[in-house]
Ligand binder design. Structure first.
Ligand code: HXC
Length: 258
């Protein structure tokens, strides 16, 4: 398999669908796969025609974690100097909305990857968990923080200490995922959400994403300041004038992204 095919990219108008494509290894997130994913994500982020990105997995997993075989003999210095895990931060730094369409296992780094996305939907057979404890390690790409915010400290602690997984239904009950659907309709459901977002002003979408992220990443006071700054900023946009004028004229808005 060429390195190019570790992530498949399909562009459908304003939507980019990125498919993790190592099904024989349950899409284990090797450094090469992560690099390819980052390359695609950053290309989508820089492309004005793309409004929303969907990440999904080929086969029976979203991703069964970071590639254990690639880490098994690593030293701490290897892990540090290779930037193997540190560069995952570039996934969370994408400015456009990213939807995770979780089609099966989302374990370890796979669960962390899903939680770096902005919206998570899951097929009925999806499973989420942080089983790193079974390998003698702990989550290293945000699992202890993001899972704890999603599930609350006690359930997250139980999962991280026992390595147990939760079903799509339980993830739904906790608000980790916002929708559960049959496997065959997962991508269409993701497309529907993406299409709706793609009709909005991309500026408002970007600044809303940034402000909502702040709720988990900073204090309420700082988050409120960023929300207000972004709110004011949008009054400098043509899209705000268009959106409000369209409401007054009882017509659909025509957003330009300016
Ligand atoms: C490398 C993996 C892998 C992984 C599966 N495979 N997960 N290879 N890294 N994380 C490979 C298997 O070795 C096997 O390859 C093939 O995929 C199919 O997997 P099986 O185990 O045969 O499938 P099954 O019996 O159905 O079990 C599915 C499974 C199990 C329960 C998901 O594969 C599993 O427990 N995987 C590991 C999950 C895990 O521990 N994830 C956390 C990784 S650490 P062969 O060649 O034998 O066919 C991590 C740290 C993150 O994510 C730190 C920060 C990024």
């Amino acid at each position: 398999m060429s390195e190019e095919s570790l992530v498949l990219s399909t562009i459908e108008g304003p939507i980019a669908i990125l498919t993790l494509n190592r099904p024989q290894a349950l899409n284990a997130l090797s450094p090469a796969l992560i690099d390819d994913l980052i390359r695609h994500l950053e290309a989508c982020d820089a492309d004005d025609t793309i409004r929303v990105i969907i990440i999904t997995g080929a086969g029976r997993a979203f991703a069964a974690g970071a590639d254990i075989k690639a880490m098994a003999n690593a030293t701490p210095i290897d892990m540090l100097t290779s930037g193997m895990i540190a560069r995952w931060a570039r996934i969370a730094a994408v400015r456009k909305p990213v939807i995770a369409a979780v089609n099966g296992y989302a374990l370890g780094g796979g669960c962390e990857l899903a939680m770096m996305c902005d919206i998570i939907i899951a097929s009925e057979n999806a499973q989420f968990g942080q089983p790193e404890i079974n390998l003698g390690i702990i989550p290293g790409a945000g699992g202890t923080q993001r899972l704890t915010r999603a599930l609350g400290p006690y359930r997250a602690m139980e999962l991280i200490l026992t390595g147990a997984t939760i079903s799509a239904q339980e993830a739904l009950a906790h608000g980790l995922v916002c929708r559960v659907c049959p496997p065959e309709s997962l991508l269409d459901e993701a497309r529907r959400i993406a299409q709706t977002i793609a009709t909005k002003s991309p500026l408002a979408v970007q600044l809303a994403k940034e402000a909502v992220r702040m709720a988990a990443e900073t204090t309420v006071r700082e988050g409120l300041a960023i929300e207000l700054r972004n709110f004011y900023l949008l009054f400098a946009s043509a899209d705000q004038k268009e959106g409000m004028q369209a409401f007054i004229e009882k017509r659909a808005p025509n957003f330009s992204g300016r």
